[in-house]
Design a protein around this ligand. Sequence first.
Ligand SMILES: CC(C)(COP(=O)(O)OP(=O)(O)OC[C@H]1O[C@@H](n2cnc3c(N)ncnc32)[C@H](O)[C@@H]1OP(=O)(O)O)[C@@H](O)C(=O)NCCC(=O)NCCS
Length: 156
Amino acid sequence: MKNTSEVTIDLMDKADLPQILAIERQSFPSPWTAGMFTRELESSHSVCLTARINIKGKSVIGAYIIFWLVADEAHLHNLAVKKEFRRQGLAFGLMEVMKEIAGKNAITAQTLEVRESNLEAIKLYQKCGFVVEGIRPLYYAETHEDALIMWADVKK
Ligand SMILES: CC(C)(COP(=O)(O)OP(=O)(O)OC[C@H]1O[C@@H](n2cnc3c(N)ncnc32)[C@H](O)[C@@H]1OP(=O)(O)O)[C@@H](O)C(=O)NCCC(=O)NCCS
């Protein structure tokens, strides 16, 4: 996080779910449920990480990322930052960790889908080297929105 070294990246744990669900609910129009997070935690190809922030000796979850490592691809499935910690580099830092882990697992490409109206996230992904390579029409059924499909090489 900018201006502080009080962030640690850890594996997500079931005990983190109450804090994560609260961030999820403030971040998405159709938030994941506890069951969806639990399935990811139990999946062998899913990597679930949290960014914890130490505030006066107390550790709170500021952000989390979930991605799959399948064949030669890393596929981003979830990324959110608690509102009060946004614009401080947490998401960028987690994306860098995804790329690092992908590289260590001989993964060559990263991909994701993003809501076409989510300009903050699109800017983040562009900063991380992703480019739009396709569209999934009406991928987000609840808001009748298309998804942009973005890709990045792991080496970029
Ligand atoms: C999108 C989101 C993950 C960004 O998290 P963040 O920690 O605030 O992002 P960072 O501070 O790491 O920002 C990295 C870059 O992303 C872009 N960015 C992030 N938030 C932005 C905003 N509100 N406006 C414009 N650009 C933004 C900028 O390019 C920024 O780089 P800069 O600070 O050098 O300008 C966060 O806003 C969020 O949780 N949103 C709700 C959930 C969501 O949309 N998740 C993505 C689903 S695909």
